[in-house]
Design a protein around this ligand. Structure first.
Ligand code: ADE
Length: 233
């Protein structure tokens, strides 16, 4: 997958070039194309923004350099703008995007875009109901959540399947050695060697932790008869 990012601050994107995602870049499992849309301005001062028509405080990012930067791309794929007014990003969106060949993110900074920039986007997406100074951090979060789902990015191929949100539930608790740390013990079922019982326990715990911490997720979760029976035992 190739990801294009239109930004005024390409240097902010080093975290994506580190650790597992960085190794994925080196192994050509995905590509990151950072484009500074200031390079597409026509004036000597390289302005990317201007005062809003109709007056008012602040500046507005202009359509021209962004449209020219978009037109310079060979493979745009889905065009995404990160902004607080977008729909909220979640694991389902990451899973859908992970199936795309190309994605292009447009990051604003400090100020909003000319409405015609939003109109060019396929999706406007937010990471939550709070406002950041720019779209770079949200874009990095979304790229991370998407790229880690691609084959060969995570060390353990099975890990994105069992994690939080992948089945609409939070993840069950995990334990590792020692079995007893200062009296804090690992649940006995996990050391029993009974795989059927372990799977049941994990599923029950996932339902429990979701009910206790994120009951809103259960509103969308359709429980099977077997799950209802398991919970009543
Ligand atoms: N840019 C500024 N705040 C944002 C948010 N909450 N989500 C996505 N992009 C943003």
């Amino acid at each position: 997958m190739q990801i294009n990012v239109l930004t005024l601050f390409p240097d902010m994107f080093t975290p994506l070039q580190t650790s597992m995602l960085g190794r994925g870049l080196e192994d050509n499992k995905w590509q990151l194309n950072l484009v500074n849309f200031r390079d597409f301005t026509a004036d000597v001062h390289h302005h990317v923004d201007d005062a809003p028509y109709g007056g008012g405080a602040g500046m507005v990012l202009q359509i021209m350099p962004i449209k020219r930067a978009l037109d310079s791309l060979k493979n745009k794929g889905k065009v995404i703008i990160t902004a607080p007014q977008g729909k909220i990003f979640n694991q389902q969106v990451a899973q859908n995007w992970a199936r795309e060949e190309n994605l292009t993110f447009i990051c604003g900074h400090y100020e909003g875009f000319d409405q015609r920039v939003y109109d060019m986007a396929d999706e406007v997406v937010s990471i939550g109901d709070y406002v950041l100074t720019g779209g770079e951090l949200p874009t990095m979060s979304m790229i991370d959540a998407t790229i880690r789902l691609l084959p060969g990015i995570l060390g353990n191929a099975a890990s994105p399947i069992d994690e939080s949100f992948s089945h609409g539930l939070l993840e069950y608790p995990q334990y590792t050695r020692p079995e007893n740390f200062e009296g804090m013990k690992v649940p006995a079922v996990l050391t029993s060697g009974n795989h059927q019982k372990i799977a049941e326990w994990r599923h029950k715990e996932a339902l429990k932790v979701t009910y206790l911490k994120r009951p809103d997720l259960l509103e969308k979760y359709v429980m099977t008869t077997a799950e209802k029976k398991m919970l009543s035992e």
